[in-house]
Every structure is written in structure tokens, then in C-alpha cells.
Ligand binder design. Structure first.
Ligand code: KG4
Ligand code: ZN
Length: 352
């Protein structure tokens, strides 16, 4: 039997297996990660190697450095994930891997490693979309969360409002027309002289600042659920430069709080409008920016007022990790969506 026949047969058997353990690999950007996830919901292990110190001196992710660092770390992370789970390859049922979107060289490392493991071990290979992984971080945090729900995905590269109709079934309601929310946070943080990635540091500064200190414009977008952060970012950069030139002093805490307030306001108002228009009972946040304290607090208050149940990933699952990929892989497996040795990295892969 060929690998494809074995894989198809094994994948079909797994649909009725009581406990399915998936070894997942994530390498789309600057985290090399591997994890073992049981039935899409239980984290048996979650190993993450962050490359941030390697890129910080350049002020952003350097793709070539990322690819090489992934090659160095991926085997180690797989070993970590297995030993932390107390398992051997024999107890792993399938291999899940992020194949896009992301940096092509970075993605290729994970994809090649996953393909080699799947082929050598005769296990099904499950390709996973990174954005879907972020959404599934909520399944790992909240055992009671099931579709349908609305999800705001806000990361370094994406800002989407999605209707999660079922596991693996998504409808795009709105998205950013230019910069992603995380990208805007990072660029604003750079103006405040914070090191890369500035989003979490700007969040920390903002906690001691006045959100109304600096008035920033509201974006006008064509779609009612769309975002635009480029104008806001430029207005913030111009305002800080003008203040510098005129010798006007404003506390970095106040600048950070004002910028964060403007971004959170846009994310909140569009997402809540989508949730109310679609009469959903549940709303989830996902992606790196869902760790933002201002965003979490604003959604908590708004959802409580609207009678909508709010789901947010555990803080350590907001950023890139392989646990979320293992969860997404499980639901893809149940839908029979396995891959084969032709799997390639897709840097511009879309979810919908
Ligand atoms: O989802 P993620 O880890 O990677 C991508 O898939 O892009 O998101 C990373 C982004 C970065 O832009 C980072 O600055 C931002 O999420 N981020 C934050 C916070 N934590 C991470 N932005 C604002 N506040 C935070 N606490
Ligand atoms: Zn991500």
C-alpha cells in the first residue's frame, strides 16, 4: 500500500477512536513550536521556542534568520513536546502542521519536518491554516465553547471578523483594509522607542496613561465590519513628531493609552456591531492582540452589557503556539481533510 492509501485508511479509523493524540508543529513566523493535543481540546504538552531576541536588534522579523532558527529548533521542540507529554511517536495518531499564511522559508521548515515524520511513521498528515489555529486556541481554553460564534482575529498580520458557523466552516464578515491591528501596535510602539515587538510593551505603558490625552481620528471604512489602522497610525506618528518639534511634552504612558484606546475602540465597535446584527450568543477573541489588557477589559464590559458570552484564549495561548494548531488539526481530521506528500507552504493562504 502507498503512503496515501495507508494515510486515508488510518484517518478514517481515527474518526471513531476514543482518544486521538495529534503532534502539531508551528513555524509560520518567529516561534518554533510543537505540541501534543488530545481530541482537539486537551493540551498534553506545549513547547514554544521564541526567536524574538534574535530579531529584536533589527526591529522586526528577518525572514532568513527566522528560517535558519526554525531549522535549528524544530527537532528539539518535537522532542520536548513528546517528552513533556510522556509519549513516544508510537502513541501519536496524526501529525498536524501550519502550512500558511506566513513566511515561506519559515513555513517550509515545519511542513518539511511534518511530512518527514508522517511518511516515516505512516501517520496521517493534517495541513492547518494558522488563522484557524488562533481561533481554536479558544477550544483549548473553554471546554464549553462550540460553534456558532463570532470571532475577532487580531494578530500581527491579520484583523478579521469571522462567523464561525461550524468546526472548520467560516464566513468572513469584515477585515482590515490596510494594516493589521498588531502591526499598528508595533509601529506606534516604535515611535515610543519600544523594542520589537512593541505591542505588549505599549500595552504595559498604557495601563498608567490617560486614554483621552491625545485625540486621534476615527477611520472611515467602506464595509460596516471592516477596519483601517493605517490612517490612525500615521496620525499618531505625525502627532508625536509635531510635539517633538514644538517642544510639547506628553508622557509616553498617555501617548500609549491614547493609541491603544483608539485601536480598541475600532475593534470593539465593529465586532460588537457584527455580533448584535447577527444575533449571536457567543463572541470569541483570537490572535496575539487578544492578549491586550485594554481590549480584554473593553470586550468584557461590552459583552456583559449586551448579554453575549465572551470567550478569550488563555494569555499564553494568544500568541503563536502549536497547541492551537493541534486543536485545529483534530477538527480537520474529523472532516476527512488530510494532506499528502505534495503539501507545500502557502505564504498567502486564506481562511475564507
Ligand atoms: O498572533 P501573533 O502572535 O502572530 C501573528 O500571527 O501575527 O501576533 C503578534 C502580534 C504582534 O504585533 C504583537 O505586538 C501583538 O500581536 N501583541 C499585542 C499584545 N501582545 C501581542 N498587541 C497589543 N497588546 C498586547 N498585549
Ligand atoms: Zn499568529
Amino acid at each position: 500500500m502507498s503512503y496515501m492509501d495507508i494515510c486515508r485508511e488510518k484517518a478514517a479509523q481515527l474518526k471513531t477512536k476514543e482518544k486521538v493524540n495529534i503532534l502539531a508543529i508551528e513555524s509560520s513566523c518567529d516561534e518554533t513550536a510543537a505540541a501534543v493535543i488530545e481530541n482537539g481540546r486537551v493540551i498534553k504538552s506545549n513547547a514554544v521556542f521564541s526567536q524574538i531576541p534574535l530579531h529584536a536588534i533589527y526591529g522586526g522579523v528577518v525572514p532568513e534568520i527566522a528560517s535558519r532558527a526554525h531549522v535549528d529548533a524544530v527537532d528539539r521542540m518535537v522532542d520536548h513536546a513528546l517528552s513533556e507529554a510522556g509519549m513516544t511517536f508510537a502513541e501519536i495518531d496524526a501529525i498536524g502542521v501550519t502550512y500558511g499564511p506566513g513566511l515561506v522559508g519559515a513555513l517550509l521548515t515545519g511542513v518539511s519536518c511534518a511530512k518527514a515524520l508522517a511518511f516515516a511513521l505512516d501517520k496521517p498528515l493534517i495541513p492547518v491554516n494558522h488563522i484557524e489555529g488562533h481561533i481554536c486556541a479558544n477550544y483549548l481554553t473553554h471546554p464549553d465553547l462550540t460553534p456558532p460564534f463570532i470571532c475577532l482575529v487580531a494578530s500581527g498580520g491579520h484583523s478579521h471578523i469571522l462567523m464561525v458557523e461550524d468546526y472548520g466552516v467560516y464566513r468572513l464578515l469584515g477585515c482590515t483594509q490596510d494594516d493589521a491591528a498588531g502591526e499598528a501596535f508595533d509601529k506606534a510602539a516604535r515611535v515610543l522607542h519600544l523594542p520589537y515587538p512593541g505591542g505588549p510593551l505599549l500595552d504595559k505603558l498604557a495601563q498608567n496613561g490617560d486614554p483621552n490625552a491625545l485625540k486621534l481620528p476615527k477611520a472611515h471604512t467602506p464595509g460596516e465590519y471592516d477596519f483601517s489602522f493605517s490612517g490612525l497610525k500615521t496620525a499618531f506618528i505625525n502627532a508625536t513628531h509635531t510635539m517633538e518639534q514644538k517642544g510639547i511634552e506628553m508622557r509616553p504612558e498617555d501617548l500609549a493609552a491614547s493609541f491603544q484606546h483608539a485601536v480598541v475602540d475600532a475593534l470593539l465597535s465593529k465586532t460588537m456591531r457584527a455580533a448584535l446584527d447577527h444575533h449571536v450568543k457567543a463572541l470569541a477573541l483570537a490572535g496575539g492582540v487578544s492578549a491586550n489588557s485594554g481590549l480584554r477589559a473593553a470586550f468584557e464590559a461590552a459583552c456583559q452589557k449586551a448579554g453575549i458570552k465572551l470567550y478569550m484564549p488563555r494569555l499564553d495561548l494568544c500568541g503563536d503556539n502549536a497547541a492551537m494548531i493541534g486543536s485545529a488539526a483534530y477538527y480537520r481530521l474529523l472532516r476527512g481533510e488530510t494532506g499528502d506528500m505534495r503539501l507545500n507552504a502557502k505564504p498567502a493562504l486564506r481562511l475564507v
